[in-house]
Design a binder for this molecule. Structure first.
Ligand code: SIN
Length: 537
C-alpha cells in the first residue's frame, strides 16, 4: 500500500536552483512564502559551471545597438527583437544588482571596488562585454545567491526533491492552469504534492539528452518534458548548441574550456599544427560557436584524428594562470600544462536554445506557470545563442517574472488527488533503465548531432519511438526512481528535438542538415509544438 501523499503549500513554488530560480525566489520572498525544490543539492546547477560570464554593455566604446546587432546576427533570423532589446537594455543594471544586493564579486580592472568591471571577450561579440569572476563566474553567482537564500526567513529549500509531474487543473490542454507539482523525495521514496498559485519552472538545460555534454548530471530536460505533458507550448528544440571546446580526456570528458580562452587569443589548430579556422570565417578561432563546432566536427571526420587542439602556448603564462585559475588547476590535475601544451578539444552538447515558450515577462502558455533560464524559450537566442547571453537572459526573465508573479495564478484547490502508483512494484530490472539511458543518448549523438540529414533523423525517430514504448511500459509497472523519471524526461525531449529538427527543412544557426544545406527565408519562424501537433506525452 502506497503511503498517503502529503500536501505542502506555499505562495510561490520554484523548481530548480540555478540563477533564474534563486534570483526569482529572492525577489518574491518579501511578498510571501517561497518553496524551492531542487533535485540534488541547492548548489547543483548548470549555472554553477558557467565559466565565461554574463554579457552586458559597460565599455564606453561599446553600445546597446552593437550588442543587439551581435545577438541578432548570431541568432540567424529567429531572435525576437523585443526580448533582445529588453535584455540588452536591462543587463547592466541587473549585473549591478547582483553585485550590490547579493554580493557577487565580479572582476574589476584593479583592486578598487568601484573600478570598472574587467570585460572578457567571446565568440561572435564585436566588443569586450563579458562581466566575469575569473573563469568561475557561475560558481560566484551561485555563492552569492545561495548565501542570500539561506539567510531569508521566507524561503524554504527542499533538496533531493525530483519533480514527477506538474499539477494542472485540466489534463487535456493545460489551458486551465498549473498549481504546483508532485515531487519524489529521492532518499525516502515519499511523494509530496507541493501546491502554490504560482510555479516558476527554472529547471535548466537538456545536455544529458546527448552522450557527450558539458552539462552536469542534473541537466535532464525535466522542465521541458513536464511542461509539455500538461499542454504547454515548447519551441525551437532543434537548436541544441554544441560548445566547440570541451577537453578531450578520458577522465574529464565534460570539462569545458571557456570560449574566453579564445577571446584572449587562443587559437584552434589541426593535429599537424595548421590553423583550423584560417580562411573559414573573418573572426577566425573566435567565430560564432555553430561555425567553429561544425569545422571541428568536419575536421575530426575528415582526418580520423579524435580531436583538434586549442593552443595557448604563445600567451603570457602568468596572465593565463591569473585569468583562468580553475581551468589551469583542472588541466594540471590531468597532467596538462596549458602554458606549454596544446589542449585537446572536441565539441559537446552545451546549451538548449529552445524550450518552453514564454513571453518577455516569463509567462508560459499555461496560466500559473512561469519559466526562466535555460528551460525557457523567450526568443532571446533565436537559432544560435551568443556566448554569455544565457546568464543575461536568465536574470532578465527571472526579474520580470518576479514582478508579474502575483497576477499569474489562481487559488489552488483545497484537495489534491493523491499520487497513485497503481500496482507498481520495486524494479528487479534496473538494467532496462541504464541501457535505455545509454541508447537514447547515443542515438541523439550519432543521428541528431552537429550535422544532420533526413535519413539520420528518421533513424533517430525509429529508435526513440521504440525506446519510449519500453520506457512507458516500465514506468507504469515499477515504482518511480530519479533515474527512471529522468529517463522518461530525456526520451520525451529527444523525441521533441527530432520532431522539431524534421520540421525544419533548411540549415539555419545550430540546425545544419546535409539534405537542406541552405537557409530558406520562408522558414524564419519558430518551430512550435504542443500536445496537438507533437509526439505523445
Ligand atoms: C564559455 O565560457 O565558453 C561558456 C559561455 C557560454 O556558454 O555562454
Amino acid at each position: 500500500m502506497a503511503p498517503r501523499t502529503s500536501i505542502e503549500r506555499a505562495r510561490y513554488l520554484v523548481l530548480g536552483s540555478g540563477l533564474a530560480g534563486l534570483y526569482f525566489a529572492l525577489e518574491v520572498a518579501e511578498r510571501g512564502p517561497v518553496t524551492i525544490l531542487t533535485k540534488a543539492k541547492l548548489q547543483d546547477s548548470n549555472t554553477r559551471l558557467a565559466q565565461g560570464g554574463i554579457s552586458a554593455v559597460f565599455d564606453p566604446t561599446d553600445s546597446a545597438a552593437a550588442h543587439v546587432e551581435d545577438t541578432l546576427r548570431v541568432g540567424a533570423g529567429l531572435c525576437h527583437r523585443e526580448m533582445v532589446e529588453r535584455a540588452v537594455a536591462e543587463g547592466p543594471a541587473l549585473v549591478a544588482r547582483l553585485a550590490e544586493r547579493y554580493g557577487v564579486r565580479f572582476d574589476r580592472t584593479d583592486e578598487d571596488a568601484f573600478a570598472p568591471y574587467a570585460l572578457g571577450r567571446e565568440g561572435g561579440h564585436s566588443h569586450r562585454r563579458v562581466v566575469h569572476h575569473r573563469d568561475m563566474t557561475g560558481a560566484e553567482i551561485v555563492r552569492g545567491l545561495v548565501a542570500a537564500v539561506l539567510a531569508h526567513p521566507n524561503i524554504r529549500v527542499v533538496e533531493h526533491a525530483m519533480v514527477i509531474d506538474l499539477l494542472s487543473w485540466s489534463k487535456v490542454s493545460g489551458s486551465e492552469g498549473c498549481f504546483g507539482a508532485y515531487a519524489l523525495d529521492t532518499r525516502s521514496g515519499a511523494v509530496t504534492a507541493y501546491v502554490a498559485p504560482v510555479t516558476l519552472l527554472a529547471t535548466g538545460g537538456a545536455g544529458k539528452v546527448y552522450r557527450y555534454t558539458s552539462n552536469p548530471d542534473v541537466a535532464t530536460a525535466d522542465g521541458i518534458a513536464m511542461a509539455y505533458r500538461i499542454g504547454a507550448k515548447v519551441a525551437n528544440l532543434e537548436f541544441m548548441q554544441f560548445h566547440p571546446t570541451c577537453l578531450y580526456h578520458p577522465e574529464a570528458r565534460s570539462f569545458l574550456l571557456s570560449e574566453a580562452l579564445r577571446g584572449e587569443g587562443g587559437v584552434l589548430r589541426r593535429a599537424d599544427g595548421s590553423e583550423l579556422m584560417e580562411g573559414r570565417h573573418p573572426m577566425g578561432s573566435l567565430a560564432p560557436r555553430d561555425v567553429v563546432a561544425r569545422e571541428i566536427d568536419a575536421e575530426i571526420k575528415r582526418s580520423g584524428h579524435p580531436c583538434v587542439y586549442l593552443d595557448l602556448t604563445h600567451l603570457d603564462p602568468e596572465f593565463l594562470v591569473r585569468r583562468f585559475p580553475g581551468i589551469h588547476a583542472r588541466c594540471m590535475e590531468l597532467g596538462i600544462d596549458m602554458r606549454r601544451h596544446r589542449l585537446p578539444v572536441v565539441p559537446a552538447a552545451h546549451y538548449m536554445c529552445g524550450g518552453v515558450v514564454v513571453d518577455p515577462e516569463g509567462r508560459t502558455s499555461v496560466p500559473g506557470l512561469l519559466a526562466a533560464g535555460e528551460v525557457a524559450m523567450s526568443g532571446m537566442h533565436g537559432a544560435c545563442r551568443l556566448a554569455s547571453n544565457s546568464l543575461l537572459e536568465a536574470v532578465v526573465l527571472a526579474d520580470h517574472a518576479a514582478k508579474i508573479a502575483d497576477e499569474a495564478g489562481r487559488a489552488p484547490p483545497e484537495r489534491v488527488a493523491p499520487w497513485t502508483e497503481g500496482d507498481a512494484v520495486d524494479s528487479d530490472e534496473a538494467v532496462m533503465v541504464s541501457a535505455n539511458w545509454a541508447e537514447v543518448r547515443a542515438a541523439m549523438w550519432n543521428f541528431v548531432g552537429i550535422v544532420r540529414s533526413d535519413r539520420r533523423l528518421a533513424r533517430a525517430r525509429r529508435r526513440i519511438e521504440l525506446f519510449r514504448d519500453e520506457i512507458r511500459e516500465y514506468y507504469w509497472s515499477y515504482r518511480v526512481t530519479r533515474d527512471l523519471l529522468e529517463l522518461r524526461n530525456i526520451s520525451l525531449v529527444a523525441h521533441l528535438i527530432v520532431t522539431c529538427a524534421e520540421a525544419r527543412k533548411e540549415s539555419r544557426g545550430l540546425h545544419h542538415t546535409l539534405d537542406h544545406p541552405d537557409l530558406d527565408p520562408s522558414l524564419a519562424h519558430d518551430t512550435v509544438l504542443d500536445l496537438s501537433n507533437g509526439p505523445p506525452p
